[in-house]
Structure formats: structure tokens, C-alpha cells
Design a protein around this ligand. Sequence first.
Ligand SMILES: Nc1ncnc2c1ncn2[C@@H]1O[C@H](COP(=O)(O)OP(=O)(O)O)[C@@H](O)[C@H]1O
Ligand SMILES: [Mg+2]
Length: 502
Amino acid sequence: MKHTLHVLMVEDNENDALLVKRELEKGGYSLIATVVQTAQDMRAALAEGTWELILSDYRMPQFNGIEALRIVKESGKDIPFIIISGVIGENVAVEAMKLGAHDYIIKGKLSRLVPAVEREMREAMLRKERALSDKAVYESERRYRQLIETAYEGILTVDECGVVTLANKRISDMLGFKAGEITGKRIEKSIPEHCKDRYSSAIGLCLKGYVQRFEAEMLRKNMESVPVSMGISPLLDDTDMVIGYLAVITDITQQRQMEREREQIRAELVQADKMAAIGQLVAGIAHELNNPLAVIVGNVQYMQKETSLPELKDIFCEVEQAAQRCKKLVADLLEFSRKKDMELRDCDCNDIVEHALYLASYQNDFSDIEVIRRFEKDLPLIKASRHHLEQVFLNIISNAVHAMGTRGKLTICTVFSSEDDFIEIQFTDTGKGMTSETLIRIFEPFFTTKAKGTGLGLLVSYNIIRQHSGTLQAYSKGHGEGSRFVVKLPVDKSQERGLSHG
Ligand SMILES: Nc1ncnc2c1ncn2[C@@H]1O[C@H](COP(=O)(O)OP(=O)(O)O)[C@@H](O)[C@H]1O
Ligand SMILES: [Mg+2]
């Protein structure tokens, strides 16, 4: 079958054009040909048609082959261009070839035309195929680069000497570098000292061909460390030789944080469980001890009265004191383990503090202790269990008196803060104060530094204040520096200020 060839001919001589056409037809081509003679016509023809071949005369009255070549160049089209000329000097031929002509043929030797056309058509086809495949390679490279750049994970490639050869945006962000700043750097600069062994053993295995996954840390540009999870796999060349590795890196800061929080919640739950178990046990024992203790106290009081022997009286007195201490402990334990609802009523804190001081004066020796009251007038009322708050204040005052021994100054302030709607009651003493070791343990059950203490007073107080949605905090600058206990209780917003009778 004849191949149809679209030819653009640049030729002023009709006879010559005819000869060329015949030669091609003889070679088995059927032609669709257009002949042009000027630059203008040539441009128009190039713009309008699809040409497989351009045959151009070299010298014409208004146009020439070199100019025709330039016009093809301008158009950006890759079309085989063959010069056909009467006589052509070698210099001109070389210049034409330099400018991009594919061949030149002397009009007297047209027999060379068909083989030249065939060859040029083949070459043009190859060029077209190559361009297509180059474009495909470029496209696929672009797609891979995009995949790497938009990946959620940090991606690095590292050569076998440990130099980073590629780094995506995510890893640059993760480590605080600008784009392109990591490439060319040694990877070990981003590995903290304590992770280096682990890292190099993983890399060693990877370079032997094994994929590795592990958790480690990396250093940011500012030398902060980031916890990461890292997957590394070997990179191979065409001959399957390992030439480095690919690292896919995930920042696990948030994951670590969540694990820590979970661990903390778990520990708190365990502690709460333990407290509940102790509470039950304690309540059971305390309850069982109550009756026998009442028997002991009752009987020993009776015996104290009945005996006339002074030594026995002393002994009974000691027994009674010991039994009373046990009763106090049992009462504290029962209070601690009791979960009954508290009855909340409108209360005036100044009143409650005053009453707690009154009760404390019965239990403690206040003779050389100066009590300074700085009560804010017209405190708003709070919804509270009066009896329980009294117990809290009594505990705090008793502790202060114990800490001061025979002399000292106890300052009690009450303040209302309208900013956060809380009443603050501060108890400041000039007693022996607390070391930081003591301070962190005072709310633990049974923690006491006193020979006769129960270590429950502050724990009970803390729980009562918590049940009132308040806070109880202790402060001391150290041994011999005195202490301050601060109770904060929320004011019921619906209460009007000034209803109190303080
Ligand atoms: N005002 C205070 N000054 C110094 N230490 C105090 C004060 N209040 C409490 N503490 C310390 O807290 C510990 C626990 O107090 P608490 O729970 O009331 O038990 P207890 O009074 O039976 O020891 C005390 O033993 C003491 O070491
Ligand atoms: Mg106490």
C-alpha cells in the first residue's frame, strides 16, 4: 500500500517541483503537496497544516533555504527538512546542517532523495517516541516527588556514608529546618548521643538488607529532642547493591503524651481503689473497737472513783488517757470512712471560725498564744455543712497550736474575692513549720510527725473541703518558718452579698 505523505515544498521552479514529486511517487509515496515561494506563504502553510516533510530549494528570487529553515525553527515544529538545490557549496551545506537541515540533495542526483526521505521519516518517528517517553519519565518523577512532599510522614534518604540525599517537607518541619537545609548533612548530627547505639545497629542490619522499625529520638535544629517512630529500608541500585536507606519517620510526641496521661489516670484509679479498700477495712475495725473502748473507759473511770490507793488512781488515770486516745482515733477513722451526704445550709464563715476557736480552747492550752482575727465584715453566706467546717477549722487550729508549743501567734484572716467568687480563710502560725518532705505528705492517711498523732486530721479536712467544692492548701518556707493553711470555699452565686450577720 502506498504511504500518503504530506509534503511542504519551497520551490519557485514548477518543473523542478514536478521532478521531485515524480521521484517520490516512483519511490512508492502518494503525495499531498503544497508549494510555497515566499516567507509569508511558508508561515501560513506551517500554521495551517500538518507536514511530515519539508523539501526546500536553496536559492530563489525572493526567498532562500536558510530563511525557510529559520521559519521552521520559529514554529517550534520538528519536521524533517531536506534542501534540494542546483549547486550548493560545501560551506553553505555545512551552515544549513548546523541550522538544523537534515540533509541536502543535488538536483542532478535525485536518486538519493527517496532513501534520504525514508531515513529522515524513521528518525523523526524515533525522536517523537523519545520525546513521549521523556515526558512520561518526567511525569512519573513529578508524581513521586509530589507523593513524597505531601506525605504525612517525614521521609529521608541517606547514602551509605550517612549523608542525607533527600528530605521531604514534613521532616524539615519536624526537625525545625528550612526546606533543603537537611540535604547534604550527616544524619548522625540529628541523633542524640543516648540513641546512637540503637540507631547504628538498626542501620547496620538495614544495610545488610533487612527492613527495620524502632522508636528513638531525633534532635531538632535547636537541639531539642523529638520522640519518633522510624521505619528504615535498604535502597538498591540497578545491580541490587545496597546504596543507602530510606527512613520513614513519624513524630510520636502526642502519642507519648497520651500514654503518660493514661498512666497517670491509671495510677490515680489504683490509688482511689486502695483508699476505698482501706476506708472499708478501717470503718469495719473502728466500728468493732467502739464498744469495747466504751467499756474500758466506763470501767476505768468507775475504778478511779472507787479506789482509795493513790498508785492505783494514777494507773487508772493513765489507762483512761490511753483509752481516750484510742476513742479519738476511732472517731477520726469513722469520720474519714463515712461517705454520708452532708446537709448544706447557709453559713457564715466568720461565725464558724469563731466557734472552732472556742472549741479549740477547750482542747489546747492557749494561754501564751496570741490569736489575731482579721475577719472581713459582711462575708457572703456559703452553702456548707457547719458541723464539718467546724471540724476542719478545729483540726487546722489544733495543728497550729501543736506546732507552736507554748507560745506563738496565730493569725486568722477571712477574705471574699469577688473576682472568682470564693471565700478564703487563712490560718498563719509562727510554729515550727514544715520541710518540703513533710509538706508533700501531710494529706496522706496516717502521716504524722507527732508521737501521739493519728495522721488523719488533715486528710479528713481535705476530703470535707473537697466535698464543698473548695480547696485546702498548705504552705511553709521550711523548718522554723511557721506554716500557713488556706481554705477556699465557693460562694453560691445566687446569694446576695451583705446577708451575713458577721
Ligand atoms: N501548722 C502546722 N505546722 C507544722 N506542721 C504541721 C502543721 N499542721 C500539720 N502539720 C504536719 O502535718 C502532719 C499531719 O497532720 P494531721 O493530719 O493533722 O495529723 P496529726 O495532727 O495527727 O499529726 C502533722 O503531723 C505535722 O507534721
Ligand atoms: Mg492534726
